[in-house]
Write a protein that binds this ligand. Structure first.
Ligand SMILES: Cc1cc2nc3c(=O)[nH]c(=O)nc-3n(C[C@H](O)[C@H](O)[C@H](O)COP(=O)(O)OP(=O)(O)OC[C@H]3O[C@@H](n4cnc5c(N)ncnc54)[C@H](O)[C@@H]3O)c2cc1C
Length: 356
């Protein structure tokens, strides 16, 4: 009997599968890649700085070393590149932003902010709409998430059952779970925002946010070693095209590109670059953000062999490696799940949900 069934085919499921694999925890992945496409359309950025408040991103000191190690180990396994360390150039639109940058780069953000302010004629930002000056974030970059998913599908192909999981067919027994012809000691759900259809975990407090991105071609744009940020981001993909994003929308929650998203992305592009471009594709997905903006991980309040791994929100690339590792140590050595992410903070919601 396998140790786990993993339900889902996105970033969460696959990062977890790699951690299981490394620790000899056996698993079957059950899922369909097209029900939710958040991971497929993600920009894949990791950024240790929250620009809005110029603060350190939550747990960045712990998350970044873990992500660097995790994705570089994946690259070795795949024999292909998926991780791109890139400085993020943040254009200063107002003088106040530069002052704050200089202050923070000498204080708590010194390891993440380059204190050396650059001027706009940088050779790697040709046709980027840089103000007179900009700052550079250190220890940032992006993961080619579609590449990571494709390669993971390849290395785990013998463990994958490609289908829509029907929760009604799950049998929960004392020491195992059964689904069709499969049995495992445990099951872990990594369904992104579609956890809303999961009768065992639909009570967890997600606050999903739709996002849209463009992939564009821009022959004159020189942006090779840097990600450019100015009320949005633009980065060069391994294909030579550029990814532009991203929008946020909390009401119109579907996976379809919208006119509103298109207009917003064109506005972003106009404030990011000064050269002609053509749109190759326009994509949309739903981020599985949680109400308190922390991941949601751990056991079901009633069935001890059911688990959830969700709530990766806007930062799945950075959060997933650290917390998949945390989950594996919880499973193998009974190590504590980081309290801020433990699903038990939502157990009162389960009680209320049951009473309905
Ligand atoms: C526009 C946009 C830009 C983003 N940019 C970034 C970024 O730059 N950096 C970053 O870190 N994050 C970014 N994100 C967020 C990132 O995409 C998420 O944090 C992450 O991908 C979530 O992964 P997940 O596996 O939890 O969910 P999902 O990607 O939604 O995966 C869930 C999977 O489960 C499958 N599934 C669900 N239910 C079932 C079922 N019943 N049966 C079978 N299969 C099922 C789905 O088909 C899917 O494969 C962005 C998201 C969007 C939308």
């Amino acid at each position: 009997m396998k140790d786990f069934m993993i339900v889902g085919r996105g970033l969460a499921a696959n990062v977890l599968a790699h951690h299981f694999n490394r620790q000899n925890i056996s698993f079957t992945i059950i899922g369909n890649t097209n029900l939710s496409v958040s991971s497929k359309v993600a920009g894949g950025l990791w950024n240790p700085v929250v620009f809005k408040r110029m603060t350190k991103s939550w747990m960045a000191d712990d998350l970044i070393p873990e992500l660097l190690q995790f994705y570089s180990d994946c690259e070795k396994l795949f024999g292909t590149k998926i991780m791109y360390s890139r400085g993020i150039a943040k254009s200063f639109v107002e003088l106040q932003e530069k002052k704050l940058w200089l202050k923070k780069s000498g204080e708590e953000l010194s390891v993440f902010l380059d204190a050396d302010i650059k001027n706009g004629s940088h050779p790697d930002l040709v046709h980027c709409r840089v103000e007179a000056e900009f700052g550079l974030v250190k220890q940032s970059g992006f993961i080619d998430v579609p590449g990571f998913l494709d390669e993971s599908n390849r290395v785990f192909s013998e463990f994958i059952i490609d289908e829509i999981f029907d929760h009604r067919l799950l049998e929960i027994k004392t020491n195992c779970v059964a689904y069709k012809n499969n049995t495992a000691k445990n099951i872990i759900f990594c369904e992104g925002h579609l956890v809303k259809n999961n009768p065992y975990f639909q009570w967890i407090a997600l606050k999903p946010a739709k996002g849209e991105t463009f992939t564009i071609k821009a022959n004159e744009l020189e942006l090779n070693e840097t990600i450019f940020n100015r009320n949005g981001f633009i980065l060069k993909l391994p294909s030579g095209n550029f990814k532009v994003g991203a929008t946020y929308e909390w009401t119109d929650l579907n996976d379809l590109p919208s006119d509103k998203g298109e207009n917003e992305l064109r506005d972003k592009l106009n404030s990011l670059i000064t050269c002609p471009y053509s749109v190759i594709s326009h994509q949309a997905g739903i981020r599985p953000s949680s109400a308190d903006r922390r991941p949601i991980i751990g056991p079901h309040p009633e069935f001890s062999n059911l688990f959830v791994f969700n709530g990766l929100g806007t930062k799945g690339v950075m959060l997933a490696p650290y917390f998949a590792n945390n989950f594996v140590h919880f499973y193998l050595q009974n190590q504590e799940i980081v309290p801020d992410v433990h699903v038990k903070r939502f157990y009162p919601l389960y009680e209320n949900w049951q009473k309905k």
